[in-house]
Design a protein around this ligand. Sequence first.
Ligand SMILES: [Zn+2]
Length: 218
Amino acid sequence: MNLLLIGPPGAGKGTNAQYINQHYHLHWLASGDLLREEVAKASVLGKKVKEILEQGKLVDDETMIQLIRHPIHGLVREQRGFILDGFPRTTQQAQALQTMLREEGTSIDKIIVLDVDDDVLVKRISHRFSCTHCGAVYNMLYHPPKHADTCDRCGRKNTLKQRSDDKEEVVRERLHLYHQQADPLLVYYQEQACSISHIDAMADIAAVQKRIDSVLAS
Ligand SMILES: [Zn+2]
């Protein structure tokens, strides 16, 4: 079985991909990991990726497709199912993936979409603070430190800081980008008559995993 996992940043894609990997033995192919590994290998492709990332640009479709081809080919040859996470992001990538999988004699069997309420997600992420000294993470709404300016774990004062990409406007911008990419992608897969299951990712972890189990069993 081959899965595609779609969801915005902060929806718990990593946690759920890990769950599926452990319980269903599907190989987890995360585009972020593939990019980092390729850069680390310093291959021709890796050098190109490094350059793109250093310029703060998004990796183009052509490069992403090149990057994913080799691992997919290997997994198909070993007859191992996989979970794709972070790829495809555009319909162009999705079309290239369809062609690639058809050539390999396989396909995407199921698509799981982790749905979140944007406002709730923004609230969750934008209230996240971490201790610059010991790394302890707090959520000022759901899990605040006992004293507002003191870290519970290391006891230091005024060390709780927000990561710059957890700021509300940055989170909103990321969500906006996500919808811009994911919406047409889902339209494409609907047209391809792929099985798409929406899961409420705001539910607690056990409930989300139970829904994943029922989707994978169906
Ligand atoms: Zn601390």
